[in-house]
Design a protein around this ligand. Structure first.
Ligand code: PLP
Length: 429
């Protein structure tokens, strides 16, 4: 048995994932993790989207080790380095230009919330307005600006100060009739609505933490049009759903929209190293030198692995085809799990390789995740009540690992369903 006493004694009560997965991990490769007892786990969590290419992808490890051996620059604030030069060139060549996108690249601090803070600050500066519209069940990070556009009540309460200058409106399908975009339109067009003219709208195309809520292409297009018609900037937070997660490099590509500002982090380094970008249309780049900064903007180790990742996976569209194939395998398999348990109150949703198994009763999703851990599968829950079993395997997962994980999951749902039918009184109604 693993000994968790060091963590329980010394680490703050704020720790969370380690409570769901009470073991000590020490090795990882691809879509597998091993604990100190040698137990292997299939990883359907992928660092909450920071490990889209799995753990320790060999070409990335090699590039990083070689860079370290050559005494490559590690820390450099925002000085010009060879590693940053290479990253910018590859990002332009493999990602921006083939998609007809013209963005300038800001390196904020290396986390997702740093990218969001930079985006909000820039939008407010450009428009000279305070108000930002965000959406129900949005998640944009834990610093105060990002929390102010985040929906979750428990996380908002943690702020300890008022979270202001933002308005939360219903996301696609939050309202029964799918009328949320009409509501936004009405609020913007009626001078009596009480909604201050926003500087920007910030949106995730698929809400990850919010429970794999998928915005339709049409909803996103209408949102983009509404923003353009009303002189409002559109910020897409692609921190979790970018870097291929939904099937294309940027999650908004198939909507045919070009957001004014884009936030990227989690998987942009390809290796799980801290790195973030805030992309902005060139005419929005009104920053003064040093007006927004941060000590760890120049994480060169991440630039090295990011450049190799883009080169390796995004030089043509074959990787997109692979993601689509695996995503539809996962969706079919979840649909068959749900279909086998008509009495359990379970449904599926998702896009690409971000897929959720949604339970009416959050206690069941929690039971499934717990059962999964005991059976060697790492999968987390999401959504306002934790009612969604959220599957985010690495995009590079091989078929054997994918099928093994899906089989474990199916067996776990079967066992939870069996327990449910034997103990119906246990179920919250
Ligand atoms: C994870 C996440 C963030 C915050 O990123 P951190 O690196 O944890 O600060 C912001 N937006 C979205 C959509 C995320 O999924």
């Amino acid at each position: 048995m693993v000994d968790l006493s060091v963590f329980e004694t010394l680490e703050s009560e704020v720790r969370s994932y380690c409570r769901d997965w009470p073991t000590v991990f020490n090795r990882a490769s691809g879509s597998r993790m091993w604990d100190t007892d040698g137990v292997a786990y299939v990883d359907f969590f992928a660092g909450a989207g920071a490990l889209n290419y799995g753990h320790n992808f060999p070409a990335l490890t090699d590039a990083l080790v070689e860079y370290l051996r050559d005494d490559g620059i590690i820390h450099s604030l925002d000085m010009s380095t060879v590693a940053k030069e290479r990253f910018l060139q590859v990002f332009d060549e493999k990602i921006l230009r083939p998609r007809g996108l013209n963005y300038k690249v800001q390196f904020p601090g290396p986390t997702g919330t740093n990218s969001v803070e930079a985006a909000l600050k820039l939008a407010r500066k450009v428009k000279g307005r305070e108000q930002i519209v965000s959406f129900t069940n949005a998640f944009h990070g834990m610093t105060l600006g990002s929390l102010a556009v985040t929906g979750n009540a428990m996380k908002r309460r943690g702020a300890g100060v008022p979270l202001s200058h933002t308005t939360s409106l219903p996301y696609c399908n939050f309202l029964e009739e799918g009328s949320s975009i009409g509501l936004l339109e009405a609020l913007l067009s009626d001078g009596g609505s009480g909604l201050d003219q926003p500087a920007a709208v910030i949106v995730e195309t698929v809400q990850g933490e919010g429970g794999i809520n998928v915005a339709s292409w049409n909803w996103l297009r209408r949102l983009s049009e509404l923003c353009a018609e009303n002189d409002i900037l559109l910020i897409v937070d692609d921190v979790q759903m970018g870097c291929g997660r939904t099937g294309t490099f940027f999650s908004f590509e198939r909507a045919g929209i070009q957001p004014d500002i884009v936030c990227l982090s989690k998987s942009i380094s390809g290796f799980g190293l801290p790195m973030a970008l805030t992309l902005m249309k060139p005419e929005l780049d009104v920053w003064n030198p040093g007006e927004h900064n941060g000590t760890f903007r120049g994480n060169n180790a991440a630039f090295v692995t990011a450049a190799v990742t883009l080169d390796q996976f995004w030089s043509d569209n074959s990787f997109e085809g692979e993601i689509e194939e695996k995503g539809s395998l996962v969706s079919r398999s979840l649909a068959s799990i749900a279909g086998r348990h008509p009495d359990l109150g379970v449904d599926t949703r998702g896009r690409g390789m971000a897929v959720g198994l949604v339970f009416d009763d959050p206690r069941l999703s929690s039971a499934v995740c717990k059962e999964a851990f005991s059976s060697g599968l790492l999968v987390e829950s999401a959504g306002p009540a934790g009612e969604v079993v959220k599957l985010m395997p690495a995009l590079t997962i091989d078929n054997d690992d994918l099928l093994e994980g899906l089989t474990i999951l199916a067996n776990c749902v079967d066992r939870v369903a069996e327990f449910e039918s034997a103990h119906p009184m246990m179920r919250a109604k």
